[in-house]
Design a protein around this ligand. Structure first.
Ligand code: SAM
Length: 249
């Protein structure tokens, strides 16, 4: 999508993010799992957003968060407990480059809710993995929560329009173009009201778990554990999402 920048998603979704996505994932199990992995050491969240994970996490150990959207970070800071998260504005493609020199070495770096796929090219994902490898404390881990590409990909056609919300005073359509070769899905959520139209674009470059493992290996990280969810459910061929824990090789 021409002109799509690291901050585009956050800037476009900040007004609805908590309402639409505030209850996604499984923070009830994600937070204790991450606290356990961190063992009291500092945590860094990539694409921290409005703090869905970071705010409950920061009650247990220091939490830093990188996000490219100033609007998202303002919302984080305004939420109760949000100001305890050390927020850094910048592109998670190279978090080491945007964090200050006095940053700690992190016990856990985490990227939740498919946010790793918001790095919109394989190159950006590889850069991120290499940068994260250099941020980990000895014994530290990189935790990725993402969907497994499968039934959730557009199937019969690579161009889809589907209604997300149909209400009396507005309608929201999701227009999707899927490039299966580049593994990129471009979305435009189009909200139509009598007062006007609001566009909310997003771009995802998805990857299969095996591809993630290969990219991670090239960055000096090896898979330590993979679950089908934050409760540690076994991962198998039918799993639709995964929580993958990488450590330095
Ligand atoms: C789907 S939201 C997830 C927010 C939060 N982690 C959560 O789980 O609710 C993705 C977040 O990543 C941020 N983001 C997207 N691309 C980014 C990039 N290249 N660098 C830094 N942040 C990015 C967005 O601004 C947004 O806040």
């Amino acid at each position: 999508m021409d002109g799509y920048l690291p901050e585009t998603y956050g800037d476009a979704f900040v007004d609805v993010y908590d309402e639409w996505y505030g209850n996604v994932g499984d923070p009830f199990h994600a937070v204790p799992r991450l606290v356990e992995l961190a063992g009291g050491g500092p945590v860094l969240e990539l694409g921290v957003g409005t703090g869905r994970l970071a705010i409950p996490l920061v009650r247990h150990q220091p939490v830093w968060g990188v996000d490219a959207s100033e609007a998202m970070l303002s919302r984080l800071a305004a939420r109760p407990g949000g100001d305890a998260v050390v927020a850094v504005l910048g592109d998670m493609r190279d978090p080491a480059a945007v964090l200050p020199a006095d940053r700690p070495a992190f016990a856990v770096v985490v990227v939740g809710f498919n946010t790793f796929f918001m790095l919109t090219s394989e190159g950006a994902q590889r850069d991120c993995l290499a940068s994260v490898a250099g941020l980990l404390a000895p014994g530290g881990v990189f935790v990725v929560e993402a969907f497994v590409p499968g039934e959730n990909l557009p199937k019969t056609t690579n161009r889809v329009v589907e209604p997300r919300t149909v209400a009396l005073d507005h309608v929201v359509f999701n227009a999707v173009v899927h490039d299966p070769v580049e593994q990129v899905i471009s979305h435009q959520l189009v909200e139509i009201r009598e007062s006007g139209i609001k566009l909310r674009p997003s771009v995802l470059r998805y990857a299969w778990p095996a591809q993630l493992d290969e990219m991670a290996a090239d960055a000096g990280l090896r898979l330590r554990e993979r679950w089908a969810g934050w409760q540690g459910q076994p991962f198998d061929d039918d799993s639709t999402e995964h929580v993958s824990v990488y450590e330095r090789a």
